[in-house]
Design a protein. Structure first.
Ligand code: PLP
Length: 349
């Protein structure tokens, strides 16, 4: 295998220098400085200044927690922005392609569409694991990104370490492991393996386990070299000041986050146990995430019946291999009771 970052970086990106904003040049070190460089309104209201374009305080804490250096991290307006930056840095429109593995997260396809990049789909097998041989046969010299979602949305399972290792070793593009649900999983993050694989990119988010979907904070962790390329094209102030503040507070509240994750995991097991008692539930798929995918007799019918009872879930039936499946997010004890109560009522109708 011969991964070479220079070979996969777009020509126009190679020539770019990161935009140097006013706030890049000088950051207040606590001493009295007068900032008359950025045409801001000088009257303090908490957000009158531009935010730190490199989110130094937040990255310092995240780097420490994840066992990497701040130079291994890029933050974005949700992981959706991080994924978009990967397309824009490495995929030449109308020439290059990406590989995705349905059934999986819908954004890889959406982003390939908006960036005019071919999306080559290689279905997971019936156990929702990658068809490694099929993937290797689909890859060509223009394949730049391979998206692996683990734990996978909407199926909930983790992707096997052996498959990922094989793909990392055989692909000359970037293997992007989307770990949006990693904090619900018993498996270790691939971040710990970064030094073994120069083409490994891990994305995480504060939207799920951290309970901060509303602030939009996505995390990309990879080699310093890849981060440097992404830094050239990221909008300078892509993570706003309020988000940086809220995120910092939250990532420092490690006990609180851990206790919420624990409650969600306990609730997930309870939900799975009670789903077994619902007559029209045929299969409950194993989950390493904060949702459960189930196969039912008639997903469209059950979806509508739940909606009539005021419960909104996700019908995943149109996804390949997911015929007649519904995806339930694990809620509070009370919400899950309402869900199961409604399912049992529907079964008796
Ligand atoms: C929810 C989710 C995300 C989160 O995206 P954000 O833009 O960070 O909110 C990313 N990947 C997957 C697979 C998800 O399910």
């Amino acid at each position: 295998m011969s991964f070479n970052l220079n070979n996969i970086t777009r020509e126009n990106v190679k020539g770019l220098k990161p935009y140097s904003s006013a706030r890049d040049e000088y950051v207040s070190d606590g001493s009295e400085m007068v900032f008359l460089d950025a045409n801001e309104n000088p009257f303090e209201n908490g957000v009158n200044r531009y935010p730190d374009p490199q989110q130094r305080s937040l990255k310092a804490v995240l780097a420490d927690q994840k066992g990497v250096s701040p130079e291994n991290i890029l933050l974005g307006n949700g992981s959706d922005e991080v994924l978009d930056l990967l397309f824009r840095a490495f995929c030449e429109p109308k020439e290059d392609n990406i590989i995705s593995l349905p059934p999986t997260y819908g954004m890889y396809k959406v982003l390939s569409g908006t960036n005019a990049i071919e999306n080559r789909e290689v279905l997971l097998n019936e156990r929702f694991q990658p068809n490694v041989e099929g993937i290797l046969n689909t890859i060509d010299a223009s394949s730049k990104l391979l998206f692996i979602c683990s734990p996978n949305n909407p199926t909930g399972n983790s992707i096997s370490e052996a498959s990922i290792t094989k793909l990392l070793g055989s692909f000359n593009g970037l293997v992007v492991i989307d770990e949006a649900y990693i904090d619900f999983s018993p498996n270790e993050s691939w971040v710990s393996r970064l030094s073994n694989f120069p083409n490994l990119v891990v994305t995480q988010t504060l939207s799920k386990a951290y309970g901060m979907a509303g602030i939009r904070l996505g995390i990309c962790i990879t080699s310093e070299e890849i981060i440097a390329v992404l830094n050239k094209i990221k909008p300078p102030y892509n993570v706003n000041g309020l988000t940086q503040l809220k995120a910092l507070e939250r990532v420092l509240a490690t006990n609180l986050v851990a206790s919420e994750v624990n409650k969600i995991l306990n609730e997930r097991e309870r939900l799975i146990d009670t789903l077994k008692e619902v007559s029209f539930v045929q299969t409950i798929y194993e989950s390493d995430a904060n949702f459960v995918l189930v196969k039912v007799d008639d997903a469209n019918k059950r979806y509508k019946q739940l909606l009539d009872k005021g419960i909104v879930i996700r019908n995943r039936s149109t996804q390949p291999l997911c015929e007649n499946t519904l995806r339930f997010t694990v809620g509070t004890t009370d919400e899950n009771k309402k869900l199961v109560g409604a399912l049992k009522e529907i079964a008796d109708e």
